[in-house]
Design a protein around this ligand. Structure first.
Ligand code: SAH
Length: 368
C-alpha cells in the first residue's frame, strides 16, 4: 500500500513487458536462466524439448523432471503468454482463425489454413501496425505494441499442437508453412521476428524444427531491414507488398513508399533473392479502378520480369467503411494477362476465411 500522499504509478495499457519465456531465449541463454534458478543447465534442454517438440507447457507433463522443480521451472520459463478469446472456423473447418488475448489485454490473431498438400499458419508479429496502409484493417487502428519473440512463437506452437491433436478438421496433421502476414509489419519488429524464425527452425531440442524454406516474411518494403534479413543467411521466402508499380500511387497505398520508393524496394528484393536463393513473391491487392488498370499491369510486368519473381494478386478484401472494393472479374483477368504477356508467373490468391473476417486484422478489429 502506498503511504498517504505517495504517488502511485499506473502503467498505461500495453506498457507492462510480456513475461519472460523460454522461447525468448537462445539455447545458451536458457541454460544460464536455469542455472540462475539453481538447477542443472541440462534442464534447459528438457524444458525446450517439452515446449518445442512435445508442444506442452503443462508442468504436470514434465515427468522427466523431479516433481519439486516442475512447477518452479515451468512457472519461470513457461509462463502463460496468451489465452484464446475464440476460434472461428470456415471453409468446412479447413480454415480456423484464433483471436488471442495477451497478458496486458492486447488482442492479436492467427489463422490456420489447411490445403491438400500443406498446412499454413498466418501469424501476427505486432499488435496493430504502424504502416498505415489505407486499405488494411490493421493499418487503421495504428500500432499497439511489438510482440515478444515468445508471443510470436507461441501462436505457432499452439497451432502445431491443435493440428497434432486433430482439433482442426481433416484429422491429425503437421504444420508445413508459416507466413508473417497477420497483424503487423514483421521487419519493424526485426529482432523479435528473427528470434522467432530461429526458434521455429532450430532442430530438436532447441526449436520446433520447421523448415526455413516453409517460412515467408512479408514486408511493406523496409529496405535497410530487407538487407539485414539477407545478411542472416536464412532460406526463408520474402514477400513484398507492392500494390502499385508507380511511386505516385504507391505513396498513397503504402505510405512508407515516400521513404523507400518502388525502385529501391525492388532492388533490395532482387538482392535478397540472389543471396537467399529464393524467388521473391510480389503481393498486389487488386483494388477496383485504383490500381487495376492495364497500363499498371504492363508497368509491373516490365519491373518484375527477368528476376525470377512471382506475382500474387489478392482480390481486395473490403474493410468495414472502406470506399474501395475488389476489381471486376474482367479487369482482374486482363491484369493477369498483362503480366503473363511479360512471362511473369501470376497467381490469384484464394480468399480463404473471408466470411469469418479472416483477412488482415478484421477479427481483432471487430472485437475492439
Ligand atoms: N505488414 C506486412 C504483412 C502483413 S499484411 C505487409 O504489408 O506485407 C499481409 C498482406 O495482406 C499484405 O500484402 C497486405 O498489403 C495485404 N492486405 C492487407 N489488407 C488487405 C485487404 N483488405 N485486402 C487484401 N489484401 C490486404
Amino acid at each position: 500500500m502506498p503511504a498517504p500522499g505517495e504517488l502511485t504509478f499506473v502503467a498505461p495499457r500495453g506498457a507492462a513487458r510480456p513475461p519472460r519465456h523460454l522461447a525468448d531465449l537462445a539455447p545458451a541463454e536458457r541454460r544460464s536462466a536455469v542455472a540462475e534458478l539453481g538447477e542443472k543447465p541440462f534442464r534447459a534442454r528438457q524444458l525446450s524439448r517439452h515446449y518445442f517438440t512435445r508442444l506442452t507447457d503443462d508442468p504436470a507433463e514434465l515427468t522427466d523432471l523431479p516433481a519439486a522443480v516442475r512447477e518452479r521451472l515451468a512457472g519461470e520459463l513457461l509462463p502463460s503468454l496468451m489465452s484464446v478469446v475464440r476460434h472461428v472456423a470456415c471453409d468446412d473447418g479447413a480454415t480456423r482463425k484464433t483471436l488471442w488475448r495477451l497478458h496486458d489485454g492486447t488482442l492479436v490473431e492467427s489463422v490456420l489454413m489447411r490445403y491438400p498438400d500443406r498446412v499454413t499458419m498466418c501469424v501476427s508479429s505486432q499488435a496493430g501496425c504502424g504502416m498505415n496502409c489505407p486499405f488494411c484493417a490493421t493499418g487503421q487502428a495504428g500500432l499497439d505494441r511489438n510482440l515478444s519473440t515468445a508471443e510470436i512463437v507461441h501462436q505457432i506452437v499452439a497451432g502445431m499442437r491443435a493440428l497434432r491433436d486433430g482439433e482442426v478438421s481433416g484429422g491429425p496433421a503437421r504444420l508445413t508453412n508459416v507466413v508473417f502476414m497477420g497483424m503487423g509489419e514483421p521487419l519493424a519488429n526485426y529482432n523479435r521476428v528473427v528470434g522467432a524464425i530461429r526458434r521455429l527452425t532450430d532442430p530438436d531440442p532447441d526449436g520446433a524444427g520447421l523448415s526455413q524454406r516453409g517460412i515467408t516474411v512479408s514486408t511493406v518494403g523496409l529496405v535497410p531491414a530487407m538487407h539485414r534479413l539477407a545478411d542472416e543467411g536464412f532460406s526463408c521466402r520474402l514477400a513484398v507488398s507492392l500494390h502499385a508499380p508507380d511511386d505516385e500511387l504507391r505513396d498513397t497505398l503504402v505510405p512508407v513508399n515516400t521513404r523507400w520508393p518502388v525502385r529501391e524496394v525492388l532492388d533490395a528484393a532482387w538482392s535478397y533473392a540472389e543471396r537467399s536463393g529464393r524467388r521473391i513473391s510480389i503481393e498486389y491487392a487488386l483494388i477496383r479502378d485504383v490500381n487495376d488498370q492495364a497500363w499498371r499491369a504492363d508497368l509491373l510486368g516490365r519491373l518484375v520480369r527477368g528476376h525470377g519473381a512471382h506475382v500474387n494478386l489478392i482480390p481486395l478484401n473490403p474493410t468495414p467503411g472502406s470506399r474501395w472494393t475488389a476489381s471486376r472479374p474482367e479487369d482482374e483477368a486482363a491484369f493477369v494477362a498483362g503480366l503473363q504477356a511479360h512471362g511473369v508467373p501470376v497467381t490469384v490468391r484464394d480468399t480463404r476465411g473471408q466470411e469469418i473476417d479472416g483477412a488482415c486484422g478484421q477479427l481483432a478489429a471487430s472485437a475492439r
